[in-house]
Ligand binder design. Structure first.
Ligand code: GTP
Ligand code: MG
Length: 176
């Protein structure tokens, strides 16, 4: 079985742990505790026929977004094959933070094969918010395109698109 190390980065409360729990346990918790340090989980997926029905195992490091843990992040992204850089579509300040993580990965990770996926989470809340209080989707998309990142918008709450993120990353990893 192919194994890949994947790290999640992004501001506190954007929903990194919630995305991982949706992917690994297919569950969601309205009152999830903020992560301390980092958490480790793993999950396998099977790619489609087009990708030879290859089974991949993701070893997932879910980092803590609170500022006080920022210095720990390099330990987790150092040998990563893939990174999910997460922002909250209802929290405009979280996109610039995500961009800083992408810059840091590009500067510090010495592996041009690192797959980075920019992920906008909490898509389920978009319909109930004024568009002026949301992250500008075009801005996020453009940044992803310019930096050669995969891009997805998801909801850990409803599960929308969560598997797609890991399938997409898995396909890229399998092909390289
Ligand atoms: P840190 O561990 O502090 O870095 O935060 P985190 O990025 O892991 O965020 P976490 O998964 O703990 O989620 C923060 C809060 O947002 C929790 O109360 C979740 O229930 C909520 N949440 C996460 N994902 C979603 C989502 O897709 N939709 C909605 N409505 N709420 C979400
Ligand atoms: Mg967390």
């Amino acid at each position: 079985m192919l194994q890949f190390k994947l790290v999640l980065l992004g501001d506190s409360s954007v929903g990194k742990s919630s995305i991982v729990h949706r992917f690994v346990k297919d569950s969601f918790d309205e009152y999830r505790e903020s992560t301390i340090g980092a958490a480790f989980l793993s999950q396998t997926i099977k790619l489609s026929e087009e990708y030879d029905e290859q089974v991949l195992k993701f070893e997932i490091w879910d980092t803590a977004g609170q500022e006080r843990y920022k210095s720990l992040a390099p330990m987790y992204y150092r040998n990563a094959n893939a990174a999910l850089v997460v922002y909250d579509v209802t929290e405009p300040d979280s996109l610039p933070k995500a961009k800083l993580w992408v810059d840091e990965l590009k500067e510090k990770v010495n592996d041009d094969k690192l797959i980075i996926c920019l992920v906008g989470n909490k898509l389920d809340l978009v319909s109930e918010r004024e568009s002026t209080s949301l992250v500008d989707e075009a801005d996020a998309r453009e940044f992803a395109q310019e930096n050669n990142l995969l891009f997805h918008q998801v909801s850990a709450k409803t599960g929308e698109n969560v598997i797609k993120v890991f399938q997409d990353i898995g396909e890229r990893l399998y092909l390289q």
